[in-house]
Design a protein around this ligand. Sequence first.
Ligand SMILES: [Zn+2]
Length: 371
Amino acid sequence: MSSCSSCDDSEKSELYSTNETFDQLLKSQPRLSFSFGIANSNGTGLVRRFATPMLQHFGVEAEKQPCTRADDPDNDQYSVKNGNSLCWSVLIRNDTGRLHNGSLLGNFGHVERLAAWSHLISGIAFLIYALLRPFYVTVDHTIAQSCTTSAAGSVAFAFLSSTIFHVTSPSKRLAVWTRQLDYFSIYTAMAFGYVADFAIATRSFENTSLLAVFDGPLACAIVAVFFLIRRTLLSAEETWDSYLGGCTISFGLMRKMHMDLAHTGARQATSFLLSISYFVTVPVLYDNFGSMEATTILLLECACIAILILGMVIDNAIVFPDVLLSEGKGPRFLACTNCGCIATSHSLWHILSVIAAVKGAASREYALSLQ
Ligand SMILES: [Zn+2]
């Protein structure tokens, strides 16, 4: 993902040694002022190798911009210093032993901090809701009620697993398996959510075949097993890479992670399909509820899915605001240097996923109240 190949020291020294021979020619020729700007000065290999020396030969000099990389040891605030606690560094104070001028995180921040805190707080809240629900919310302990409680518990499991992943994500060794835990818990929450929605729509599985009930969980299990096998076949070195680690104006946004590489599309497509699996319950929803109630439940669920899809687009497609911030274009109000947090695209995805989970739980409670 690092996009600034021109920053390699070997290539830089090659370019400068070439320039020395041109400098003598340039001294005897009139110069024009010309600038490629930051983006173009780090252009493609062809531009660097042929166009720049040619322009300089004819007296047009490209402005050389220094490249400062986000994953340079001096700018790296992602890796946690040996001997420091991962929990303390990510959640509270990340002391790298250096000062970080120009970092959006301040001197002691960590880019995973907001993502970790957002799912820690919401995970605890959902755990309390799931534990208290059978005593304070449920009147009849029907299958649909029990499935709804289980779904709330699975959301708590997903958010707390996500917190474990984000706290351990600076460790290449630990993140190999905590990332698997993170995805496993997401697929588990999707499976429990699917069964709960189906139980509500069919009034606790009245006249329902077992295959229809296990359809969703089976799909989640197949995807989880596929990516688990993939993980065991690849070494940690093959998948560990930096994200936004290239030439950067604002620092603190660089992340390292185990990438899905050639299977990124498969991961995104399967996640999208599993998250819209709710729609298979719509016909039975209209069969078992009045049109008005069924439409209300459906609209609530559609709003949840729309929020989830918006989060996926922000985090995976437009990567807002990470890319803009790394280019020094703002919006800087999303960064808090005093608390060492940035609302990255992934943090925004976390917040949207919490909103969707709350709305999903509310829509299930509304549907159950009609039964
Ligand atoms: Zn996450």
